[in-house]
Design a protein around this ligand. Structure first.
Ligand code: NAD
Ligand code: MG
Length: 385
């Protein structure tokens, strides 16, 4: 085994995945890329495999598998297909850290496998903690596994509490850009288009999280993610809209002191910190210039217009499988919105209707989560028809 840090990137062809590869390419003496995986994007996966020569690649899609095999047959790379393979490659002895950069519920199972195998988790896939935070955090504790956040807000909180682990957190503030529809009335929101929703003011991201950002579901998911990552109660987590996305989040300690982490919006920084913690490696990323930002502003989110936020708080209060149900409903709703089958405001409506229609199972087991996910997806699809 080499003394470099072996990395597996689940979802290497996505927004987080490709930026993680840039980070890894910048420190060839430190990282050893072992595994890359993609859902369907065979062309990019092949290109990445040829460039980085990982030990293994996994493609989700059966049809694309043949293409990947043909393109890489002469390379010294193992090529696999499907969900089971995803769960196995993360267990390899050569892998130290698993970066979960795939999107949605699909992240849950491979993350469980990685934790069971004692791998450090760099967690971008927030849905994993939303769906099964109780199970994941318990398992990680049992296995002595660290989960380092990649999500910028959670990385900010993490960076603020380094060196403060013995000091209780009184409260945290997660900042939100407000998305493209900040300041819109309920009436205005009725007429927004897919094209408008896909234009995030400050970040370039995958389609699902971009829509979640516009509907504030992303902030709802992040509130739940923060609860599990930092062991907080719902009333210790607040959301504040900060349109410039410079303050990435804040912690308030019990003496009233507040710490914030700041910088230009660039996901490469939190990705890198999760992969190099406790070290900070020198980068050439553009630096913040105060003269370009004479004002940093803060305002309350409009919870009457953006209803997803309250749904997330409700899920946090009620515990059990309700957050899993909410996540599943939202995945189906966003998919339908991206296909222009439902309107933007119908996303939050559908989420609420599905949550109200589904049973909340308390103290859930893994199979309770799987079941809640399936039931919620079916209910959401039925309501869309
Ligand atoms: P993306 O859509 O750009 O990329 C998703 C990746 O996952 C791709 O490589 C895709 O091939 C793969 N994938 C998709 N479905 C899959 C499946 N069913 N099985 C296996 N692989 C699958 O998404 P993204 O924007 O990079 O986001 C990834 C995760 O990181 C999400 O959970 C998101 O919420 C989180 N996140 C992203 C950002 C960001 O800036 N993009 C910021 C914070 C958190
Ligand atoms: Mg975020």
């Amino acid at each position: 085994m080499s003394d470099k840090k072996g990395i597996a990137i689940l979802g290497s062809t996505g927004s987080i995945g490709t930026q993680a590869l840039e980070v890894i390419a910048a420190y060839p003496d430190y990282f050893d890329l072992q595994v890359i995986t993609a859902g369907k994007n065979a062309d990019l996966l092949i290109e990445q495999a040829l460039k980085f020569q990982p030990n293994s690649v996994v493609i989700g899609d059966e049809i694309q598998y043949k293409k990947v095999k043909e393109a890489l047959w002469s390379e010294d790379i193992h090529i696999y297909c499907g969900e089971e393979a995803l769960c196995q490659v993360v267990e390899s002895n050569e892998v130290h850290t698993v970066l979960t950069a795939l999107v949605g519920y699909a992240g849950l199972k491979p993350t469980i496998h990685a934790i069971n195998a004692g791998k450090t988790i760099a967690l971008a896939n927030k849905e994993t903690l939303v769906v099964a935070g109780e199970l994941i955090t318990k398992l990680a504790k049992e296995k002595g596994v660290n989960i380092y956040p990649v999500d910028s807000e959670h990385s900010a909180i993490f960076q603020c509490i380094v060196g403060e682990f013995h000091n209780p957190i009184e409260k945290i503030y997660l900042t939100a850009s407000g998305g493209p529809f900040r300041g819109f009335s309920a009436e205005q929101l009725k007429n927004v288009t897919l094209e408008q929703a896909l234009k995030h003011p400050n970040w370039s991201m995958g389609a699902k999280i971009t829509i979640d950002s516009a509907s504030l579901m992303n902030k709802g998911l992040e509130v739940i993610e923060a609860k599990w990552l930092f062991g907080l109660q719902a009333d210790q987590i607040d959301v504040i809209v900060h349109p410039q996305s410079i303050v990435h989040s804040l912690v308030q300690f019990e003496d009233g002191s507040m710490k914030a982490q700041m910088g230009l919006p660039d996901m490469k920084l939190p990705i890198q910190f999760a992969l190099t913690y406790p070290n900070r490696f020198k980068t050439e990323f553009p630096r913040f210039n105060f003269m370009n930002y004479p004002q940093l502003t803060f305002e309350a989110p409009n919870r009457n217009v953006f209803k997803n936020l309250d749904l997330a708080y409700r899920a946090m209060h009620e515990n059990g499988t309700i957050a899993c149900t909410l996540n599943a409903a939202n995945e189906i709703a966003v998919e339908a919105f991206l296909k222009e089958q439902i309107s933007f405001v119908e996303i939050a409506q559908l989420n609420e209707n599905v949550v109200n229609a589904c049973l909340n199972v308390l103290n859930p087991t893994y199979s309770d989560y799987v079941n809640a996910d399936t039931v919620a997806r079916n209910k959401a699809k039925e309501l869309i028809r």
